[in-house]
Design a protein. Structure first.
Lengths: 436, 448
């Protein structure tokens, strides 16, 4: 009897695309079911583009984009968004930096004004720069230095897997580099990367397309035209032999390990890439997944386990080179070698025998739920469509992802598993130094 | 200067359009014969359904309660834990269990076509969870590991110290069990606790998503009416009033930041001061554009972020302000925090500050209702304190009406720094004297 299989549902989010004369690409996705909107501006620059000696600069610059702009004093951006009933944020990724707000829909024009104003130019002052260097240092302390497993593995594993500065360096940055940053650096970074031709604006939610188009032209139309810079080639050769390293985390009470394997190019070879995204879930999504069942339940060799594609868990908004990651926390005295060996054994078994009856279908159904849930908020939809437009010229792909994930075959998953060999693996072990 | 371009004329901030009225989604409610309340809410944006089951669980034994939540989904007489997870996955579903001193909660989401199956599995777990020996042993070790990791986190340690200081002998005072007590929990004890406490009387099931509410209620009734109504509930004593005293300094040698936590009196959602207190709290530190954050982050760079929020529990409400600051500015950060609390408690806020906070409070109500997961969590939290979504509209009306005088009065009553219970976790050697300048200090070691 064939396994019972849930039909994978699809969304039909509408997509309107156009480009302003200054090169700004725009994506609109109306949904009038609730009186709220999401506005996202994505610039095609991220951690990989920051210069040597300026680690952490892309993220520091993201902070500076909130410090006032042509017509806005410091603090004004926050007050205008929140005073309209909205929330805001920004985030810096490997390949892009996003700025976004979600608000009641009567604030549409205000949000467009705010984003256009800083696209024309942030107020880059020495005082604001020093203030935000202090803030970013506290961000690094709270997220990395003052807690166990800080930066594990997203900051600690790339330098094992990669050799070149863009891919390997610490994207949060060293305190020395952050303190060395100057206003001139910031002005230069803005001029190079924050060009209208290097940005995508996406608006989702309770909008009328014609009205929104008029407002976008009104506010963004006279942003000076500047072309996108040439994106450097960040490719690196794959590993040819295993790499393994370790470090002591003074605050960590338990051992941990993470491993990564390179995967196909997410943009130019999407069909070959997608099976790895599915494989990560087959291995680690929930108590019925391969590695959780084996390592957590059966062997009791690890206490928790996760797996995903992309160092920031971002399979559909990252470019090459990227990786499939597995990470595990071990019980006291746990044996990292044994965990890695077991993972190899399970990958072998999967590559040889394939998935069990129904195993792939249920994983795909669960992935559909996760994908759909991520698009429920209009802001999430706008952000994802903005990045899909920027990296692929295809924001509508968002509607197709659950189906495409569902079309990945057993054979493709097996083939993907077969490539995750120990000799292509980079791994890092956390040796607990705390509570001992 | 003949070639310079004229400075661009300043551009004016566009005004806001007309406010859209708060519109509640379509919903239905039914109390089943076994006492279970079911609330179904329609929000069809994505073809999913969110599930939240809130079960009162006050006064449960701490380690046993934690282990029950950890193993509730570990198996039934006919299904293993792996099988339960796989069956849920088939319909795109997943469930997780969590516990706090008020309630046991099962929550999850699935493809909406899987609602019936999800409810079937939920019913089987509720009526037939078997706490298998092997799985309980595994999960016991995992819980002990998790507690150990939690206790290496400064945020957890600071919170633990604050709760102990705020609640004294109340059941809320200790919310994480000791490893030793977890190790002592046996499967038979979990089966007994389940029989005593996992029952539908006073429980609330919330279903939100692409459902027809009446049909969702029918599905819930069909799946869950066989869940047994027997068992007992336990009422929590009211939370004690705050007892301000010396600042408690919890020593964490080598800490590169200090975790400052302040508790102030709060009121429940239904209290006449609730809306005014919410607005006062926003003006103080409840959002980014608050006095506190603009001061200690955007002006002084002491912190990445802080937050102040009124936390509602069944036995009482409390306002907690939390911020992590650089070790070397711990004293100055406490000074600014006390200053901003004191300033709002003694001098009325400006009209424009109140308007900005009011718009934020009203707008974020709309945002919170605009997703299935947001609506589900809100509906469930409200239902846990005996409220329904209609309360949102009443609350919005109170927010809209609150005056500067109301907010000033609430600030004077609740935000006065003299009424605060303060805990700082950090490197005592480096921050002890900074803090002692500002307040009497008692020091104790962090309890790992």
């Amino acid at each position: 009897m064939a396994a019972r299989r849930s039909r994978i549902p699809a969304t039909k989010y509408p997509v309107e695309r156009f480009t302003l004369d200054n090169g700004l690409r725009v994506v609109l996705t109306p949904d009038r079911s609730a009186p709220v909107i999401g506005v996202a501006v994505v610039y095609d620059v991220g951690i990989r583009s920051e210069p040597e000696g300026r680690t952490g600069f892309a993220h520091l610059f993201e902070h500076l984009m909130f410090q006032g702009s042509e017509n806005l004093e410091k603090l004004a951006h926050f007050r205008h968004v929140q005073g309209a009933g909205g929330t805001f944020n920004g985030s810096t990724h490997l390949d892009y930096t996003d700025y976004f707000e979600t608000l009641p829909s009567n604030a549409l024009e205000r949000a467009l004004f705010l984003e256009a104003d800083r696209m024309r130019g942030p107020r880059l002052t020495e005082e604001n720069l020093r203030n935000q260097v202090d803030v970013v240092k506290e961000e690094i302390r709270v997220n990395v230095l003052n807690r166990p497993y800080g930066g594990f593995p997203w900051l600690t594993l790339p330098p094992v897997l990669f050799d070149t500065f863009p891919n390997a360096h610490d994207g949060y940055g060293s305190f020395v580099d952050l303190e060395s940053a100057t206003v001139a650096d910031a002005a230069d970074f803005f001029r190079r990367y924050y060009a209208s031709g290097n940005a995508v604006l996406a608006v989702g939610g309770d909008i009328d397309v014609a009205e929104a188009t008029t407002l976008i032209e009104r506010h963004f139309g006279d942003v000076p035209a500047r072309p996108a810079p040439q994106r450097p080639d960040f490719t690196e050769p794959d590993l040819t032999e295993e790499r393994r390293t370790s470090y002591t985390d003074q605050l960590a009470p338990l051992p941990a390990v993470a491993g990564a394997w390179r995967v196909p190019d997410p943009i130019t070879d999407f069909a070959a890439y997608l099976p790895y995204v599915v494989l990560a879930e087959v291995l680690t999504d929930g108590d019925a997944s391969r590695l959780v069942e084996r390592l957590v339940q059966r062997d009791r060799a690890v206490t928790s386990l996760g797996g995903y594609v992309g160092f920031m868990g971002d399979p559909f908004d990252v470019r090459d080179p990227t990786a499939l990651l597995l990470q595990a926390h071990l019980p006291p005295g746990g044996d990292v070698d044994k965990v890695l060996r077991t993972i190899d054994e399970e990958l072998d078994r999967l590559a040889t025998d394939g998935v069990a009856e129904g195993e792939l279908a249920r994983t795909q159904a669960r992935m559909a739920t996760h994908l759909l849930r991520d698009t429920d908020a209009v802001l999430g939809r706008a952000l994802q469509m903005a990045v899909l437009e920027q990296q692929r010229g295809d924001p509508g792909l968002l509607n197709d992802l659950p189906r495409l994930v569902g079309e990945v075959t057993d054979e493709q998953v097996r083939a993907a598993a077969a490539t995750l060999r120990p000799e292509r693996r980079a791994s890092i072990e956390v040796i607990p130094g705390g509570n001992r | 200067m003949t070639t310079a371009t004229a400075p661009a004329a300043p551009r004016a901030l566009p005004p806001l359009g007309p406010t859209r009225r708060l519109k509640l989604p379509r919903q239905a409610e039914r109390t089943l014969g076994n006492g279970l309340t079911v609330i179904a809410v329609r929000r069809p944006a994505v073809p999913l359904v969110e599930v939240r089951l809130w079960m009162p669980f006050g006064r449960a034994h701490l380690a046993r309660g934690a282990m029950l939540a950890q193993t509730l989904l570990s198996g039934t007489r006919t299904m293993s834990g792996v099988r339960i997870a796989a069956e849920l996955q088939k319909v795109g579903g997943g469930l997780s269990a969590g516990i706090d001193p008020d309630r046991l909660m099962l929550s999850g989401a699935a493809l909406v076509t899987g609602l019936d199956r999800m409810l079937e599995i939920l019913a089987e777990v509720l009526t037939d969870a078997s706490y298998p020996n092997d799985e309980v042993a595994t999960e016991r070790d995992r819980l002990v590991d998790r507690i150990q990791v939690a206790r290496s986190q400064p945020g957890h340690l600071a919170r633990t110290a604050l709760l102990r200081r705020v609640y004294g002998t109340h059941p809320y005072a200790v919310q994480t069990p000791e490893a030793e007590t977890v190790r002592a929990v046996r499967p038979a004890v979990l089966r007994t606790l389940h029989a005593q406490r996992v029952h539908p009387a006073d429980a609330v099931l919330v279903l939100v998503g692409d459902v027809q509410p009446e049909r969702a209620l029918d599905a819930a009734e069909k799946a869950l009416s066989g869940w047994n109504g027997a068992g007992h509930t336990a009422d929590l004593p009211p939370a004690p009033p705050l007892e301000p005293g010396p600042l408690l300094l919890v020593d964490r040698p080598g800490s590169v930041q200090s975790s400052l936590r302040m508790a102030l009196p709060g009121v429940p959602r239904t209290h006449p001061d609730h809306a005014a207190l919410q607005l006062a709290n926003l003006i103080f530190g409840g959002y980014f554009s608050s006095r506190w954050i603009e001061n200690i982050r955007e002006d002084k760079g002491y912190t990445y972020g802080g937050h102040s929020v009124v936390e509602h529990s069944v036995a009482g409400s409390v306002l907690v302000a939390a911020v992590d600051v650089a070790t070397e500015v711990t004293g100055p950060a406490l000074l600014e925090t006390t200053y901003e609390l004191g300033r709002l408690a003694t001098v009325a806020p400006r009209e424009d500050e109140l308007e900005q906070a009011r718009q934020y409070a009203l707008g974020t109500l709309q945002l919170g209702m605009s997703t299935q997961a947001g609506l589900a969590s809100l509906t469930s939290a409200y239902a846990g304190s005996g409220l329904r979504l209609e309360f949102l509209a009443e609350h919005a009306a109170r927010l809209a009406k609150a005056t500067v005088a109301d907010v000033a009065e609430a600030a004077a009553r609740y935000l006065a720094p003299a009424g605060a219970v303060t805990v700082v976790l950090g490197d005592a050697e480096r921050i002890g004297s900074q803090l002692a300048t500002l307040a009497p200090v008692t020091t104790e070691p962090a309890r790992p």
